[in-house]
Design a protein around this ligand. Structure first.
Ligand SMILES: C[S@@+](CC[C@H](N)C(=O)[O-])C[C@H]1O[C@@H](n2cnc3c(N)ncnc32)[C@H](O)[C@@H]1O
Length: 258
């Protein structure tokens, strides 16, 4: 316990996406968004319909809405969706709390996109099957599903250590936060780590523990194909270079086939 705040942990849920104090600083911490620039360059022209899966705090969805797209944004973490909706002062996006399989409307989308490595939050095959099955049902024929996952071969988790802590990140006024990662375990394709958020005010230090899955490209391709999603393109980084053994990313475009 520090400064009256306990370490925040919920079983099976990342504090990262459920603690409002951490959710509030998500945008300030995640500023370098090459993924957004990449996906915007790949979209059909507006007004196309876009499903933003695992929308988080809604920055991408709001940007798309401003560009004239018709956006539905969905995320299972109520605190992330609440933060996103709070930013949407013009009511330009349809915000939904839940999984794609929970969507009740029968709308079909031109594109579904999962940014910010949200796909890596799905920790087992059942979750991935459920996602692909639900997205396939929600896409019009010929519609695209873009997603990315960090390439396991690049072992990016090796840099998730205290030596690679961020500098204090300005939050406005005199406030700042520093984020420190600590790698806890690498087991099969699951990587577990802690993130320590040290605020310079009364919040003190909040800790989150997360697990992410690092799926192999072949496995991903195999599951997608099983659910009627054809692999159309693969890139290894945000500069649109091909996937090679040590590429940092696996970025894929799937298409709903006739
Ligand atoms: C790193 S954040 C990315 C948020 C946003 N897409 C972005 O680019 O900033 C990961 C998000 O995935 C969400 N998430 C976790 N499990 C999910 C699932 N099974 N399906 C969809 N989203 C999920 C989390 O709640 C969180 O908001």
């Amino acid at each position: 316990m520090q400064n009256g705040r306990s370490t925040f942990k919920l079983s099976g849920m990342d504090a990262l996406y459920h603690n409002t104090d951490i959710v509030e600083v998500y945008d300030a911490i995640n500023t370098s968004r090459e993924d957004f620039d990449f996906y915007i360059g790949e979209l059909p022209i507006a007004p196309a319909t876009v499903l933003d899966v695992g929308c988080g705090t809604g920055t991408f969805a709001l940007d798309l809405a401003q560009r004239g797209y018709m956006v539905t944004a969905i995320d299972p973490a109520p605190q992330m969706v609440a933060r996103a909706a709070q930013k949407d002062t013009h009511g330009s996006v349809e915000w939904v709390t839940g999984l794609v399989s929970d969507l009740v409307s029968n709308s079909k989308f031109d594109v579904a996109i999962m940014t910010g490595h949200a796909f890596q939050c799905l920790l087992d095959d059942t979750q991935v099957f459920t996602l692909f099955n639900a997205v396939e049902k929600r896409l019009r024929i010929g519609g695209a599903f873009w997603l990315e996952t960090r390439n396991p071969a690049a072992k990016s988790w090796l840099r998730w250590t205290p030596e690679h802590a961020t500098r204090p990140i300005a939050l406005g006024g005199d406030r700042s936060v520093q984020v420190v990662h600590e790698l806890l375990e690498v087991k099969d394709d699951l990587v577990t780590f802690k993130e320590r958020y040290s605020f310079n005010d009364q919040l003190g230090t909040l800790t989150s523990q997360s697990t992410l899955r690092f799926m192999e490209f072949d496995e991903l391709k195999c599951i997608a194909t099983k659910y009627g999603l054809k692999l159309l393109e693969v890139f290894g980084n945000w500069q649109r270079e091909p996937l090679v053994a040590d590429s940092p990313e696996i970025i894929i475009r799937l298409m709903k086939d006739a």
